[in-house]
Ligand binder design. Sequence first.
Ligand SMILES: Cc1ncc(COP(=O)(O)O)c(C=O)c1O
Length: 377
Amino acid sequence: MNLFDVYPLNNIEIVKASGSKVWDAAGQEYLDLYGGHAVISIGHTHPHYVKRLTEQLNKVGFYSNSVLIPLQAELAEKLGKVSGKTDYQLFLCNSGAEANENALKLASFYNGRKKIIAFKGAFHGRTSLAVAATDNPKIIAPVNETDNVVFLPHNDEDALAAAFAAYGNEIAAVIIEGIQGVGGIKEASVSFLQKIRSLCDAYNAVYIADSVQCGYGRTGKFYSHDYAGVDADVYTMAKGMGNGFPVAGIAIAPKFKPWHGMLGTTFGGNHLACAAGLAVLEIIEQDNLLKNAAEVGSYLIEELKKIEGINEVRGRGLMIGIDLPESSANVKKDLLFKHKIFTGEAKPNVIRLLPALNLTKDQADQFLNDFKIALKG
Ligand SMILES: Cc1ncc(COP(=O)(O)O)c(C=O)c1O
């Protein structure tokens, strides 16, 4: 059997990883500023993470949601504490798309409505409603097409107010990334998120904060939406949550009341996933990684802004977009193949930095140095 060939691949096999470094099969070392697409939050093969997962696997790796799994409550309590949303409720699932799918469903159950407001440039995943709320017609199959999702211009408060004025009582939810990732590191403005909050309150619509990529401490606050000083009704999270183990979740405000069967999943919240989730939060808390993400991130952004030949530097903390002119389209490949540094990308020509939250200043300097050389060509 062949693999279903959907991924354009770099010809590199990673066989070993530690912190923000990875090694290929030939023993070549790389600096990892991509984190396997914003997934590696506490660094590769962190000793505490490896120990906790190994110990859990030796006890019980999986049992279904038909029995008590106290690790779930432990994870919920820890997440409430580290994120500062202690009165929220946690539903555990397996991926970012599944988290958003459940959040949208929950909103619709809550107010009995069907319309979803999403924004130009948004990416929310590839399952049916999540992909329908994603601004990329190429990945929306005919069966996923729906009139229930309305796309509005990003950060346009007047357009948002006009949509609510026209059909506010039909709107189930507004879903928005605190910082668009796939869309090219575009931040939702503080006043835009505040406007979403006030309109959702006025019309009983649900504010869903897609924090799959920009959450889990990446920007220096637990959720990047926190910079707006408002609480969302539902936060969706995935990538950094398990440091590579597939675990995702939605944090749900107290006003939502669950009933048995309302949401569900076979794998979500299994013993190993919870152990991974707990190990990550323990390290985030113990090593003060939000502070590190804010500090090293600000340093990187400030230094990048001093470099000539860049169109724009965007982002917060360790979620950084370097928007390059067309003439520098080779820089990402040169960083990888000449300088041995992994970075992410966004179309048309944005380098995305999404490293582990414990990236050091020395590693940031190594990147800055090599980036300047790569930019000169
Ligand atoms: C903001 C955002 N939401 C949702 C998703 C989907 O997550 P997953 O690939 O885990 O389904 C992604 C993935 O890149 C994302 O960046």
